[in-house]
Design a protein around this ligand. Structure first.
Ligand code: ADP
Ligand code: DP6
Length: 325
């Protein structure tokens, strides 16, 4: 009972930042992302009758502790759906994405685990069902089921049955590019999970953040549909700044930004002043993702590489949804 699946990470243009139910991973707002072809996870799940517990290998190393527990808890959901509560698995996963550094390894990781795990145990889920399940591993992972642009609908039911992602436009709709600007691949101090919890509970700016989301979503969906790059980029950049502003008003306050994060942000704004349309967005980490158009690739890449503190620049096109290998 073995299956292998591949899933890509996604970058949120409208951020998911807050839960209304932590156990079920139900968000306080809709979010919208672009799946990236440059970062992905490949996971093989093998359910075996003779195992007495799950084994999790990440990049060929056995994983224990919290990360192992997250995988086991997620496999429990799959076992529950299949009615095979005592069937354990070996999980071999490879991250072609830095782990826990704000590059959304949890998104590609749980999307690949959901796809491989359900297939291996013999479940046939459609995409909404798979997205709903994946959400319970990591919220942002619910969007990685789809290629291109996807929206995670928060839903309003208490059991979470209406909280899953839907496709907005496939990868082939629009060739926008994303440069991932690597400043630091080290593990971050405040996980996205912990950071959003602290923000929901204590940030003086949280209600302002929530109130601003519906308008951003309507406008960015229209901009994506009409391929209006300036509008898409400026809404995404402003939405990112609002999300990060909430962390500064939390108690205790915190920020994911480093000095080099600010240098990249300023450089992107300078590029715009020189007529190159480029926009940044940042998840729960110091690294920056820059949106740009294919014709500006060389200039954008060179400019970003020259910023002090930048260790790498990885270029991505829109990526595909989950696939089975
Ligand atoms: P990131 O920015 O990388 O998503 P998070 O702290 O949100 O950082 O999530 C990282 C966590 O996601 C890891 O500590 C691990 O528990 C989980 N994770 C990462 N990659 C995988 C994978 N391939 N399979 C299962 N879980 C994974
Ligand atoms: C800033 O999906 O990692 O990247 O649901 O607790 O696993 P959990 O959180 P996670 O949070 C992602 C937060 C974000 C914004 C986004 O991707 O929408």
């Amino acid at each position: 009972m073995k299956a292998t699946a591949k899933a890509h990470t996604n970058i949120a243009l409208i951020k998911y930042w807050g839960k209304r139910n932590e156990a079920l991973i139900l968000p306080t707002n809709n979010s919208l992302s672009l799946t990236l072809d440059g970062f992905f996870t490949t996971t093989t799940v093998d359910f075996q009758e003779n195992l007495t517990q799950d084994q999790f290998m990440l990049d060929n190393k056995p994983v224990k502790g919290d990360s192992h527990q997250r995988v086991t808890k997620f496999l429990d959901l799959i076992r529950g759906l299949a009615g095979k509560e005592n069937l354990y698995a070996t999980v071999h996963s490879k991250n072609d994405v830095p782990t826990a550094a704000g590059f959304a390894s949890s998104a590609s990781g749980f999307a690949a685990l959901a796809a491989a795990g359900t297939k291996a145990i013999g479940l046939e889920l459609d995409n909404p069902e798979l997205s709903r399940l994946t959400r319970q591993g990591s919220g942002s992972a619910s969007r990685s089921i789809y290629g291109g642009f996807a929206e995670w609908e928060m839903g309003n039911k208490e059991d979470g049955s209406d909280s899953f992602a839907v496709p907005i436009a496939p990868a082939g709709h629009w060739d926008v590019r994303v440069a991932a600007v690597v400043l630091s691949s080290t593990m971050k101090k405040v996980s996205s999970r912990e950071g959003m919890k602290r923000t929901v509970e204590t940030s003086a700016f949280y209600s302002g953040w929530i109130d601003s989301i519906p308008k951003d979503l309507v406008e960015i969906k229209d901009a994506i549909k009409t391929k209006d790059f300036e509008k898409t980029g400026s809404i995404a950049e402003a939405n990112c700044l609002k999300m990060h502003a909430t962390t500064l008003a939390a108690n205790p306050p915190f920020t994911y930004w480093h000095d080099a994060t600010m240098r990249v942000m300023q450089t992107v704004q300078h590029m715009r002043e020189k007529g190159i349309p480029a926009y940044f967005t940042i998840d729960a980490g110091p690294n920056v993702k820059v949106l740009y158009l294919p014709e500006d690739e060389e200039t954008v890449q060179q400019t970003l590489r020259n910023i002090p503190g930048v260790t790498d620049v990885i270029l991505s096109k829109p990526g595909q949804g989950i696939s089975y290998l």
